[in-house]
Design a protein around this ligand. Sequence first.
Ligand code: AMP
Ligand code: ZN
Length: 116
Amino acid sequence: MNRDDCLFCKILGGDIPADIVYEDDTAIAFRDINPKAPTHVLIIPRRHIATINDIEPADQALVGSLFSVARHIAAQEGFDDQGYRVVMNCNEAAGQTVFHIHLHLLAGRDFAWPPG
Ligand code: AMP
Ligand code: ZN
């Protein structure tokens, strides 16, 4: 899949609606359509990067900034002290279904570890 038929690039381009909670020059965040926790936000770079395996050295600051966005949203939604989970899946065996990297920010429930 490339950026022309990438679901998240279509959200970035405004072709598919999303409940956007944050945006800046390099990233946007929107609520997951099928939430796995009371708060479930996806944080994506504007640049199309398919998987973690495709992250280049030049992307390091961009990828790092996704965590700053996660921290910002967690604080905005009041979960900074209570805690929250941040996850990025890579390829099918890990459950990646959209091939444009995204951080899942999950909050508002207890998270069992290790996951079942
Ligand atoms: P992953 O399985 O890690 O690739 O995560 C992809 C996530 O995208 C899943 O949690 C889906 O529920 C979510 N998702 C799929 N389509 C949409 C959409 N149109 N708007 C918001 N979230 C979506
Ligand atoms: Zn994309």
